[in-house]
Design a protein around this ligand. Structure first.
Ligand code: AMP
Length: 114
């Protein structure tokens, strides 16, 4: 059983502002938002990071993206647009070892990212 902050949120051991939940995924608001809308979409399965996902996880990975798009619609940012981000490793900026898709919106994003 993983012992990181997102695993504890999934197990409801610590609180989070949950905006979506089903049997495979959970989405909750980031506590240190980088945009007016900043939501994290995570698999309930313990996958530390994208490089540790396996071929059998492909339907789950696709599900995370469709959940992110559904949450974006519910948050009212589908029309203006948004960005989905997965950080991996030190250079990617990963800080929590449980796979998560960042949903960022509510303002225009710059490119390339810093
Ligand atoms: P990353 O740097 O890609 O691993 O993203 C981790 C994200 O988790 C950061 O944006 C943090 O602000 C966010 N975060 C850390 N702890 C919590 C928490 N308890 N609830 C919600 N978001 C969190």
């Amino acid at each position: 059983m993983a012992d990181n902050i997102f695993s504890k949120i999934i197990r409801k051991e610590i609180p989070a502002k949950i905006v979506y939940e089903d049997d495979r995924a959970l989405a909750f608001r980031d506590t240190n938002p980088k945009a007016p809308i900043h939501i994290l979409v995570v698999p309930k399965k313990d996958i530390a990071r994208i490089s540790e996902a396996e071929a059998a996880d492909e339907p789950l990975l696709g599900h995370l993206l469709t959940v992110a798009a559904e949450v974006a619609r519910k948050e009212g940012i589908d029309g203006t647009g948004y960005r989905l981000v997965i950080n991996k490793g030190a250079h990617g900026g990963e800080s929590v070892p449980h796979l998560h898709v960042h949903l960022l919106g509510g303002r225009a994003m710059s490119w390339p990212p810093g």
